[in-house]
Design a protein around this ligand. Structure first.
Ligand SMILES: Cc1cc2nc3c(=O)[nH]c(=O)nc-3n(C[C@H](O)[C@H](O)[C@H](O)COP(=O)(O)O)c2cc1C
Length: 308
């Protein structure tokens, strides 16, 4: 009998589905595949308008769920040997549709299952993956591997292109700017993960899969990002509370604070982030040993509360 794999994912632009399709390219005929999209009742429009985009931050950071469509019964009742769980970070946390799904009754589909997380991000996904690990643990799911694809351009370039993509829908290269998102060649190369997934699944050695995939580059991590995320998340926690004091999502009473946050984020990205990156490079030399330990931890599957 062919192994049964459930592909569970959310994507606004289609990028994550494209990544997963490439991962499964070489093994799609050898397995039974079932796809289930994670969908909010009210979809987020894409491209985004600026205020709704930044207004999504507080609830995303605090994991305050939105209403989600339940998964169909045939998915909930299906028997799966493996679940591929595709998610993306928003504001250093899993996207709000993902945390909403993970807190919904449909998340029970993950209970007792082997799970591979697949991430398609700009480049900051560490804190968010810790939250995904936490939910998976609560759901009694078994995380067996993680594959993280990121935009490998510099922080400033990837920020500029993701902003253009998010607010205009334009992904392609233009002028001095490269195409937005994960590089197409890296998406194509994700095909190399399929066969090891299949062999480890059918030979019942999933506990070795993550190490195997890491050897062929499934998770690459720049130590400086650990420090950048630690700083970023503290600020997001503060601003999410400050904005929510004035009301819930879309409340006109909080629009002023949302605008302040937007302006601050722009300053932080383009002015403070190069300074923070420099400070991080210095800290990296001083704290090299402990940071390398952190890097090894974040590349791994274990969940320890409060690591970031
Ligand atoms: C509201 C919002 C916030 C985002 N925040 C982050 C982030 O914190 N870290 C990151 O690496 N990428 C971030 N991104 C990029 C997304 O993770 C993702 O790669 C991109 O939006 C492609 O979306 P899709 O997977 O839904 O198609 C953000 C995108 C959006 C729309």
């Amino acid at each position: 009998m062919k192994p049964r794999i459930l592909v569970l994912y959310f994507t606004q632009t289609g990028q994550l589905r494209h990544i997963i399709d490439n991962i499964l390219q070489d093994i799609r005929d050898k397995v039974e595949l079932e796809y289930a999209a994670i969908e909010p009742v009210t979809p987020y429009p894409f491209p985004w308008k600026a205020i709704p985009f930044f207004d999504t931050m507080p609830e995303t950071v605090q994991h305050i769920p939105i209403e989600m469509k339940p998964l169909p019964d045939h998915i909930m009742n299906g028997q799966y040997d493996l679940v591929i769980f595709g998610w993306q970070p928003w504001f250093l946390n899993p996207s709000l549709p993902i945390t909403s799904f993970l807190q919904s009754p449909s998340a029970k589909v993950l209970s007792g299952k082997n799970v591979i997380t697949v991430i398609g991000a700009r480049n900051m996904w560490l804190h968010a993956q810790e939250k995904v690990k936490m939910y998976l643990e609560q759901l009694n799911a078994r995380l067996v591997a993680n594959i993280a694809l990121v935009d490998t351009n510099t922080n400033i370039i990837s920020t500029l292109t993701v902003i253009r993509w998010s607010f205009t829908g334009r992904k392609e290269a233009k002028g001095l700017l490269p195409a937005a998102g994960v590089q197409e060649k890296d998406i194509q190369l994700a095909q190399r993960y399929g066969t090891p997934i299949y062999t480890h699944l059918t030979e019942h050695k999933l506990e070795q899969l993550h190490q195997e995939l890491m050897m062929i580059g499934s998770v690459k991590l720049n130590p400086g990002l650990v420090l950048l995320e630690q700083r970023g998340i503290k600020n997001f926690r503060y601003w999410s509370k400050y904005i929510r004091e004035k009301g819930g999502p879309g409340d006109p009473a909080r629009a002023g604070r949302v605008k302040q946050f937007k302006n601050l984020l722009i300053v932080a990205i383009f002015i403070l982030s190069p300074i923070t990156a420099l400070a991080a490079a210095i800290q990296l030399q001083i704290k090299k040993k402990s940071l390398l330990k952190d890097v090894a931890y974040f590349k791994g599957l274990k969940y320890e509360k409060g690591r970031i």
